[in-house]
Design a protein around this ligand. Structure first.
Ligand SMILES: [Fe+2]
Length: 207
């Protein structure tokens, strides 16, 4: 069985951005539920769970057609939440590395404009979903909003950073005030994970 990855912070560490009980609920109920359903579906379909979980994005079309929507939904529910947890950290607010910053400046003029466009995507998102920063090719990035639990991996992009725009992610703290949620997100955003996937090495290995 795939296991829930540990959070990179304790529940209470995200106060006041996200309340302790909101994080506990989000992780222990929402993400855990996606994982439980994914495991159940994989066992039913005799899938080899020894493989890295991301491998499912390369092999999902081998599952019966009627299973695929549920598979992708629950898989995304696990993967996307892991990325979100690694996108925020009140004690490790790592800025983008020079290469990533160069790319942000190239495609979005500057960091402030990048944040404004990212926020706009989030505010424009209809219903539930996420806004991602993705790597589209070795040196290219873009902001991508996706519905429900779709992952950029489905489209061949490398996800670098994201914000969860499902109501369950912010409603307990911000009710319907998405702008405040977004503003506070940037106060604790952590580019550490994004930096690991946006390095000279990754350029060389992928090019
Ligand atoms: Fe969520």
């Amino acid at each position: 069985m795939y296991q829930l990855n540990p959070l990179p912070f304790s529940y209470e560490e995200l106060e006041p951005f996200l309340k302790t009980h909101a994080i506990a609920l989000h992780y222990q109920k929402h993400q855990k539920n996606y994982l439980k359903k994914l495991n159940s579906l994989l066992v039913t379909n005799n899938y080899d769970i020894q493989k890295p979980i991301e491998n499912l994005y390369k092999t999902y079309n081998k599952f019966p057609t009627k299973v695929i929507p549920n598979l992708l939904f629950n898989l995304g529910g696990v993967i996307n939440h892991d990325l979100f947890w690694h996108s925020i950290n009140p004690h490790q607010k790592m800025p983008p590395n020079n290469l990533l910053l160069d790319s942000i400046n190239y495609y979005y003029k500057n960091m402030e404009n990048f944040k404004t466009q990212f926020n706009q995507e989030a505010l424009n998102l209809k219903g539930s979903g996420y806004v991602f920063l993705v790597k589209t090719s070795p040196k290219e990035i873009k902001i991508l909003s996706l519905p429900n639990q779709d992952s950029p991996l489905l489209y061949g992009y490398t996800p670098l950073l994201c914000i969860d725009m499902w109501e369950h992610a912010y409603y307990l703290n911000y009710q319907n005030n998405k702008q405040e949620y977004l503003d506070n997100f940037w106060d604790i955003v952590n580019f550490n994970y994004a930096n690991q996937f946006f390095t000279t090495e990754s350029f060389e290995s992928k090019s």
